[in-house]
Design a protein around this ligand. Structure first.
Ligand code: ATP
Length: 210
């Protein structure tokens, strides 16, 4: 099963990379694809051009065979709806094989306000990166959706192509792209927060300077 992990990746950091590797191991995924978005739907547009965010993501995963970068949202153009991305992946891999969309618990909190959320669950399973002590989709409509679709382990995902929700606990790393951009703007170091090749691109291109 392939896992899909979308983001702005402005820049990609160890909070993205380590946690998706945790998900890969916990859920027995063959591969996780990092999918940089072009046109943000739920947030401000990234300041850094797409080709540079793509280059940083590619540099970050070079040499890690189980993580790859998928640029289909950049080549598609326009707004990057996850639904469209999953339709296109389904076209590539057929309708039968399971597919998993990986989301942070914060992103999952807003899942029902996404474009066609129930159709997304018709195309893929959803794996939510949980935080200890964080109740997944507590109460309300999202809580009911989780109660109906939650499975206890990764083996349960393999039995169908889509539609289940699996919480996975991941390494807790309080790293964000916002914080990295602020550190660079303040002239502070970002070493050990991002892979060295990403740090080099940021330095060479003078990204995020005040
Ligand atoms: P920004 O600070 O610019 O908002 P970000 O660090 O949150 O960026 P994004 O590229 O917007 O990074 O995030 C993509 C996905 O990665 C989201 O689902 C988000 O929940 C998840 N994510 C980001 N940082 C972490 C982290 N440290 N640990 C776990 N998940 C993370």
């Amino acid at each position: 099963m392939i896992g899909i992990f979308g983001g702005t990746f402005d820049p990609v950091h160890y909070g993205h990379l380590r946690t998706v590797l945790d998900v890969r191991e916990a859920a027995g995924l063959e591969q996780v694809r990092l999918v940089p978005l072009l046109g943000a739907v739920h947030r401000a547009q990234p300041a850094t051009p797409a080709n540079i965010r793509l280059a940083m993501a590619q540099a970050a995963v070079a040499g890690t065979a189980e993580l790859v970068v998928d640029d289909r949202e950049l080549s598609r153009g326009g707004q990057s709806f996850t639904y469209d991305t999953l339709v296109s992946l389904r076209r590539d891999q057929g309708g039968e094989k399971p597919l998993a969309l990986i989301l942070g618990a914060d992103a999952f909190g807003g899942f029902l306000s996404w474009h066609r959320p129930l159709d997304i669950l018709g195309l893929a399973h959803v794996i939510v990166m949980e935080r200890p002590g964080h109740v997944l989709g507590a109460g309300g409509e999202l809580g009911r959706l989780v109660a109906d679709r939650r499975v206890a382990d990764a083996a349960a995902l393999a039995g169908s192509a889509s539609g289940s929700v699996l919480p996975v606990e991941v390494t807790q790393l309080e790293i964000s792209s916002t914080d990295i951009r602020a550190r660079v703007a303040a002239g502070r170091s970002i070493r050990f927060l991002v892979p060295e090749p990403v740090e080099r691109i940021i330095r060479q291109l003078g990204l995020y300077r005040a």
